[in-house]
Design a protein around this ligand. Structure first.
Ligand code: PMP
Length: 308
């Protein structure tokens, strides 16, 4: 089992792995009425440090809003629970998965009196698309599936039900021999990956789709924009990118808590740039890993240390 952990925090208690169970008539299972986060914790000189925890927590509570989902625990409790899970299980670098969803009570689509269930798990997790991918990039396919329009479902909320779309796109890509998908929005412009935001480098400038393009407001996206600007790059963070521009990009890369900064070396049949990790991608990726592994004192405000 990749989840080499034995404790999960659930509804205010630490429970054994085997006891972290829910009823099969849970509303969230039937209708996808849950919200979640994916957060990385990095192993640093000063012990495990959670990357941009505050922003992830804020997005978790924000994701609840359209669904009237009320997490019965305050941010401080979720923070303490997470730090305890990391500390007590001797995790160094790990991935943290908070989730909240409508539980079991009645099975109408209206959640009625369904209680909100909340859980947090933490476990070791390596490079999302593999170590090799970080260095040499991935081959991706433009999916035949489109992202939900933000008028159909709030795409800026990290809702469990949304991820069947991600699963369809990702599995279609893998069935066709690609590592990951790029998903277009309903207008046919570039939105993002199934679990990543997308950046394009063209003629020395950096472009990434804006929030109106049906993307999740990625926290790695935000971090990378900050780092790229610090490195002197011009970043257009409200770009509209047409499908055809993918083919003529100098560089493309994905960002995400899981994917970190992953170069894209090919889209469908087209090699991007020189077909490897491009120089701007490499510069930003290297700065990103220096920051998250705390090889610099900059951006200290982005880290929550687990040890008191
Ligand atoms: N888009 C989608 C659909 C995602 O699931 C994720 C991962 N949370 C991202 C973008 C990247 O967001 P973040 O950098 O906050 O992990």
């Amino acid at each position: 089992d990749e989840m080499d952990v034995d404790t999960i925090w659930m509804d205010g208690e630490f429970v054994d792995w085997d006891e972290a169970q829910i009823h099969v008539l849970t509303h969230g299972l039937h209708y996808g009425s849950g919200v979640f986060e994916g957060v990385r914790c990095y192993d640093t000189e000063n012990g495990p440090a959670i990357f941009r925890w505050e922003e992830h927590l804020e997005r978790l509570y924000d994701s609840c809003k359209p669904y009237d989902l009320e997490i019965d625990h305050d941010p401080e409790e979720l923070t303490e629970a997470t730090k305890t899970l990391i500390r007590e299980q001797d995790l160094a670098s790990c991935y943290v998965r908070p989730i909240a969803f409508y539980g079991y009570e009645s099975l109408g689509v209206s959640p009625g009196d369904c209680p909100t269930r909340t859980a947090i798990a933490a476990w070791p997790w390596g490079a999302y698309l593999g170590d090799e991918a970080l260095e040499n990039g991935v081959e991706v396919m433009v999916s035949s599936w489109r992202k939900h329009a933000s008028s159909q479902i709030p795409t800026n909320a990290k809702t469990t039900g949304l991820y069947v779309n991600s699963m369809l796109a990702g599995e279609e890509a893998r069935r066709n021999g690609f590592a990951e998908a790029i998903v277009l929005n309903k207008e046919g412009n570039v939105a993002e990956g199934p679990g990543e935001n997308l950046f394009m480098v063209k003629d020395g400038e950096i472009f990434t789709p804006g929030l109106a393009e049906s993307i999740l407001d990625g926290i790695t996206r935000d971090s990378v924009i900050t780092l790229a600007e610090e490195l002197g790059h011009e970043v257009h963070d409200q770009a509209t990118i047409s499908r055809g521009e993918l083919n003529t990009a100098d560089e493309l890369f994905f960002t995400g808590s899981a994917a970190e900064v992953t170069p894209i070396r090919q889209v469908d049949n087209v090699e991007i740039g020189d077909g490897g990790r491009g120089p701007v991608t490499e510069e930003i990726q290297s700065r990103f890993f220096d920051v998250v592994n705390r090889r610099t004192d900059d951006y200290e405000e982005w880290f929550d240390y687990v040890e008191a």
